[in-house]
Design a protein around this ligand. Sequence first.
Ligand code: FES
Length: 117
Amino acid sequence: MPKVTFLPDNETVEVKEGSSILDAALDNDIWLDHNCGGFCACTTCHVIVKAGEDNLSEMEEDEDDRLDGAEGLTLASRLGCQARIFGDVVLEIPAPPGAIRIVNDAQLVAGQIDEEN
Ligand code: FES
């Protein structure tokens, strides 16, 4: 069974081959937003592939078009509800806009480090 590692929590789970990233996360109690319910109608399930890109299904046109509106879009971005898993992958779940994440006594605010706080 393929292994999926979700960052930043560094949690690795085994999933059924062909599962979507969204199902892999939710089936293992890892929260991944999915405001449209997995119908490729939002971008809240956006993830960034850190390793194993070739182990995911090829991107369809609908996913490609929808991703254009994703916050923090990268060349390695995928929609969790659309990409299916066929081998080991490492994925980052980006912090939602406006989120605060504590990193080594610094605050990461909306993608920028504010070292004074
Ligand atoms: S859950 Fe809305 S596009 Fe994936």
